[in-house]
Design a protein around this ligand. Sequence first.
Ligand code: TYD
Ligand code: MG
Length: 454
Amino acid sequence: MAKPATVFVCTACGNVVPKWAGRCEACGEWNTLEPETPSPGQNDRRAVRAGIRGVDFVGLDGETPLPARVPTGIAEFDRVLGGGMVPASAILVGGDPGIGKSTLLLQAAARLAGSGSRVLYISGEESVAQIRLRADRLGLRGAPVHLAAATVLADILAALSAEKQARVVVIDSIQTIWDETIDSAPGTVTQVRANAFALIRAAKTQGFALMLVGHVTKEGALAGPRVMEHMVDVVLHFEGDRGHQFRILRGTKNRYGATDEIGVFEMTGRGLAEVANPSALFLAERHGHVAGSAVFAGLEGSRPVLMEVQALLASNPGGTARRSVIGWDAGRLSMLLAVLDSRCGVKLSAHDVYLNIAGGLRVSEPAADLAVAAALISAATGVPTDPECVFFGEIGLSGELRQVAQTDLRLKEAAKLGFERATLPRRVAGGARRAASPDGIMLSEFGHLSDLVA
Ligand code: TYD
Ligand code: MG
């Protein structure tokens, strides 16, 4: 039999190409292609499988009991999972190194173990002594978690198959696990994929919930967890700015629930604390009466979140104007600047524009357009926006303001935090209009961005 040809796999997006290149043609990342040789077993399955059985087909209407979820006991975590972990499922928790993945999973493991589930915590990154030290700091020393430091896949699988009672197994991290039968280093795409596959299969056949930690790195030294995303049932990203205290757990894939929920945590000296009221946290450092700031009433999943949009303009006549954006889409900012320029006469082409969502949040909703525009107009005119007012609404290319989803929910959150006014797209035909919301918020409704500028 011919030797299987080596292919190259992108560690960032999983794209497979026959020839090495410096840049992945699919995702555009540099230096992410790694060689991979298909394992010899992959090509002679037919020889191995003598007794072929075929597959059985059934109807859609059969009875399948809903699996009872296992709540972690950490409400913010359970919210993102859609109510808790589903038995025999695999959850991938990805995030930058040092963001707090191990801390979060150790806290979840301790909660679960404390409520009577048998929880195995296998670390390939830290020694048992290090984990105990961390548990001490988190005040979790007494939790009946079963701890092990291991990296060899065969050892882990043997231990798991000897287990009958385990309900939850944590592997920290998948990049440290090593399958000795594969001829590449731990953390390479081949290793990560094979190990994840074996562990997920163990979870499915034995019925425990599997939590895998995966580091996201750009360097390509460790395989990005992207290559496993299609294998697992749930993908969660733990993100945040290491310079800030709070962290956001965001679901990007969930076979058992919605993917747009977020969980908000604060990193404290004693581990991660849940943040039940994120709006208050995100607005805590806001100074009213500063030009270039506006409060956006946003929505993360089913939950309204208020946050501050900050814009700064620096005069730059002659040179190429800079546009720097943190936490929002740069393309959307360019579009808004163009709309402000050609529909409202606000010329910013001779200015560098800096835009920031305060606190390190990332916003993807088009509803933020109006708050960004308000911050930009305020920065351009030097007039602070009303500090008691929230903004939300989408802006179209002709400068028209468009309705966004869940207006009432956003207004309710604003009222809860003591805001008195809101600026939003007009809800009935006609010109600008004033009204009061059921929560007592005074509404200023506009049809076109130029009305707001005026
Ligand atoms: P860690 O969970 O080790 O990150 P990851 O597993 O994602 O690599 O957490 C790393 C950081 O969290 C570490 O730099 C210190 C900080 N930290 C606290 O601030 N408080 C704590 O109680 C703990 C355990 C960690
Ligand atoms: Mg860790």
